[in-house]
Write a protein that binds this ligand. Sequence first.
Ligand code: ADP
Ligand code: MG
Length: 699
Amino acid sequence: MRPSLLDPLFAPVTRLPGVGPRLAVLFDRLLGEPERPARLVDLLFHLPNGGIDRRLRAKLADALIGETVTVEIVVESYRKPPAGRRVPFRVLTGDDTGDLTLVFFNPRPGQVEKLLPLGERRWVSGEIALFDGQRQMVHPARILDERQLETLPAVEPIYGLTEGLSPRLLHKAALAALERLPAMPEWLDPTLLAQQHWPGFAEALHLLHAPDSPEALAPENPALARLAYDELLASQLSLVMIRAQARAARGRSTKGDGRLRERIVAALPFSLTGGQRQALDEILADMAGEDRMLRLLQGDVGSGKTIVGLLAMATAIEAGRQAALMAPTEILARQHFERIAPLAEAAGITVALLTGRDRASQRAASLAGLADGTIQLVVGTHALFQDAVQFHDLALAVVDEQHRFGVHQRLALSSKGAAVDLLVMTATPIPRTLVLTFFGDMDASSLREKPAGRQPIDTRLVALDRLDETVEAIGRAIAAGAKVYWVCPLVAESDQSDLAAATERFEVLRARFPGRVGLVHGQMTGPDKDAAVADFVSGATRILVATTVIEVGVDVPDATVMVIEHAERFGLAQLHQLRGRVGRGSARSSCILLYKAPPGQIAEARLKIMRETEDGFRIAEEDLKLRGEGEVLGTRQSGMPGFRIARLDIHAALLQTARADAELILRQDAELATERGQALRVLLYLFERDAAVRLLRAG
Ligand code: ADP
Ligand code: MG
């Protein structure tokens, strides 16, 4: 159980004053996860990635060009654009040392007049530029009267945002969350704290959310280092604990005779690649050994991990035992099941699907079959972990993680059997040096080559203002029999959700191609989603408009075109995953990255890399380099996937220290029973690495 002292932090953000249901939707989008709303702790760990200094109060004559300043001005006159002309609204202002023109593009009617009444004194904050020899400020970041000026923070933090959520709202919410921060014990070693000149945990959060200078937010600042260390220590502690437990629980040898495997391979329309054979050999050797297997199988989307997992499971069944395959989503579990079932049948393996959506009678039958061993292989979602699920003799659990990283599920599945071997499949190519960070001492196999017969994907960058041409090209493609994914992200204009964007695109495309367009998004019910995907699979629809839900594993091998709208808003890993949805068959595929011109610098770099390479490992490396460099939209992750604060580029050295620290702590206090041990338990819960704490209790 989580220490009750942390309860306020795990409350939803709607507990904060001023955060109602409408704002909550935005916070959830930025900080929540499917089926988990944004909480105070998510808000507090969503740290600013920079700050704007608003302290400089200058006279106009002294204000430096290109610097952010706050100046006091008097509003002198308006230069309104003539009706229908696309010129900005200018406001002429000045102080006793000089003039300043404020420039507004397309303001709402009356907006400028309201903010800047003629003859009034105001404080404007923003960057001063020279234009035709005149000082001007385009869209001041702040326009304040005297009363409002007093509330202007000295340094305004810049946060990763989602569309519709303003920096001010986010900052206000973060400050409100800070006020609810409970007093917590110090879990770090006092000597280390003193050596590093690190602040306490609460103080570090204050320093970052309410900075007193922009330097306080520099990447190497001690407050950030402290919190990154907390996170790294929590993760290393839990990994060391898990490893110790895995070592303590004896494994057993599972050897097959190859008869089921042979039948499956014979039923495949292709032969295994060298990489697949090698990975399988490594896995079978582990299973045959006396120790428990903890192995990672990494390979890009489409590299053919599933078949390797299936052959490993067949081996467990040859040995008279059971195997389970767990997928992160309903759609993916179903798809695995549908692809595996015919192969299993060919080999004479009984297989069942277990998800949260099964009818009661179906579910009862599955549970009975698993308990008495008549079901040899089960494919499912998290539903597999429920206490009601009992196995007759589970030997191997295969977890298809796609690109999530968590230890909870793995632990839960391994508790389903005496000495369950564990194979984790991940589509995120992780540089070898990082495997330790995410997975502790797991062994890793990787599939680097693509199955034979794959053609490279023709990737093109197309500016959004050529949307019509793209639609016409899509029309020709579907007339020739192609299947097309059309992915829509967050919409640019105002507060609409990604859902609205996808729905709108769906309507437009449907009007153009009646009866041939389907829609799938995260808020649809399961059966509706399945139906939309099924129509696309069968070819009844030829275009599937989707939000990023398809990122997690829709598999339609004959889909050959991927259109990604507003590609500039996606991260590299995401683009790579999405593109991996096509190019899976032998037909030539293409990927059209529709971007809004001009893309920002980072977005442009990303798009360029996408055009240059399909190598997931290279893309992963480039992604690490580009991330955390001031991305604005969708900065959900910091530098390392699975970590919210720690960044590989800045905090790599701390990782080694945290590793050593964790080992020392557990050598001296294996049960985390001392006073510091208790504090460390709080830390584990705080960073949600608490699955490890449960191990302690289990003994
Ligand atoms: P992953 O799980 O790694 O994303 P899959 O296992 O889903 O990849 O495989 C992608 C596609 O490639 C599937 O349609 C699968 O049948 C096919 N495939 C797998 N291995 C091979 C192979 N050796 N040769 C040709 N096609 C293969
Ligand atoms: Mg897969």
